[in-house]
Ligand binder design. Structure first.
Ligand SMILES: *Cc1c(COP(=O)(O)O)cnc(C)c1O
Length: 401
């Protein structure tokens, strides 16, 4: 792509609109009730939000707000520098230790976002003479890290350990190999076959990298994520990546592993070295979030019970269900126009469920990505099921797609 002139840019935007692929942003004007992020004001109307990643209902929790405010008074707003210069505060340091303890690993290293963590870690662990096998539906940031590394990238069929083995069979003269996967897949809500992938990685002496952005805090009785469900320890998955902007309700990310690995990453990863550290107040709020995510197992239980309630209600109303037991419950509708229609109908009825379209998901698999939070009520879930059933019947019979 050269430097497009204005006419070309306008033509591209027109084409995106015609394909129903043009994205737009809604502006959140307020939370009508402080402390509750499940309701937001958009266009002057209160909407119930069913498409965020605030799974445990912590993003607006008063204890997190208090921790952030107390830290602002001591450390100011910005970190002022990168971690390796003068940006690494006591709050960052303590959070790293607590994340290591939470994940049962020797050390953890904070990043300023999950995107930065994935791009930097993958491209630091593999190079031009290596092979990376990655699940076809891995998060974009993992794939971008693989591309940046210059390694040969093989994308294998989603959630198939057999396909992963075939991809690794293609290792020829490559010096090293990485096996890369999400734990809980962000747009489908299903789980990676972590135990099989760990076994495969051990047999082939490849490094398994697991991004559990949507699993940590949510999945497993203790919220330790995909690895807790699969009963895998730190040796099976030496590189664990987590994000802080989802279940933990704040912002940022981390990589956890053995002390030597983390020290290596601290010295090498460009997206760690050449960027400003998170605001210390975000680290302080995250420490509180981690304590709540650890101690309040009722949040996970409540979330699971809302997911079960949703699946029962949606099933009985004829809404197709995806094979997911997690709070990510997609309704896959195929065409982008159809997903948009459903999303608009729901918004008119007071529910915010974004339409997810290509290239975020593969062509022909546009969907509503419905997500639940421990802060939703049973009545919220029932009301969404009824509104969606009405909208679904209308598009089915109307054939407006
Ligand atoms: C959200 C997400 C990321 C990116 O994390 P950010 O902190 O939002 O940049 C990485 N991996 C997965 C699987 C995600 O869902």
């Amino acid at each position: 792509m050269g430097r497009p002139d204005r006419g070309q840019l306008a033509a591209r935007l027109t084409q995106l609109t015609a394909l129903h692929l043009r994205r737009r942003r809604e502006v959140i004007e307020a939370h009508p009730q402080p402390g509750d992020a499940t309701r937001v004001v958009v266009g002057g109307r209160v909407l119930r939000n069913f498409c965020g990643n605030d799974y445990l209902g912590l993003s607006a929790h008063p204890a997190l707000v208090d921790a952030a405010v107390a830290c602002l008074a001591r450390f100011g707003v910005g970190a002022g520098a990168s971690h390796l210069v003068t940006g690494h505060s006591h709050e960052h340091h303590a959070l790293e230790e607590e994340l290591a303890a939470f994940t049962g690993r020797e050390r953890a290293l904070l990043f300023s976002s999950g995107y930065l963590a994935n791009v930097g870690v993958i491209s630091a662990l593999a190079g031009r003479h290596d092979l990376i096998a990655a699940d076809r539906l891995c998060h974009a940031s993992l794939l971008d890290g693989a591309l940046l590394s210059g390694a040969r990238l093989r994308r294998y069929a989603h959630a198939s350990a057999d396909a992963a083995a075939l991809a690794l069979d293609e290792r020829g003269g490559e010096a090293a190999a990485l096996l890369v996967t999400d734990g809980v897949f962000s747009m489908d809500g299903d789980l990676a076959p972590a135990a099989q992938l760990a076994q495969l990685a051990a047999q082939r002496s490849v490094t398994l990298v697991l991004d559990d952005a949507h699993g940590l805090g949510v999945v497993g009785a203790r919220g330790r994520g995909t690895l807790e469900l699969a009963r895998l320890d730190a040796t099976a998955v030496p590189v664990l990546i987590g994000t802080l902007g989802k279940a933990f309700g704040t912002f940022g990310a981390f990589v956890a592993g053995e002390a030597d690995l983390i020290e290596h990453l601290l010295q090498q990863v460009r997206t760690y070295i050449y960027t400003t550290a998170l605001p210390p107040a975000i680290a302080a709020a995250t420490r509180t979030a981690l304590r709540l995510a650890d101690g309040d197992s009722w949040r996970r239980e409540r979330l699971q019970s809302l997911v079960r309630r949703w699946r029962a209600a949606a099933g009985s109303l004829g809404i197709p269900l995806a094979p997911s037991e997690t709070p990510i419950q997609p309704l896959i509708v195929g065409q982008a126009a159809r997903a948009l229609t459903l999303s608009r109908e729901l918004m008119a009825a007071g529910f915010w469920v974004a339409a997810i379209r290509p290239p975020t998901v593969p062509a022909g698999s546009a969907r509503l990505r419905i997500t639940f939070s421990a802060a939703h009520t049973e009545a919220d879930v029932d009301a969404l099921a009824e509104a969606l059933a009405r909208a679904w019947r209308a598009v089915e019979t109307g054939g407006d797609a």
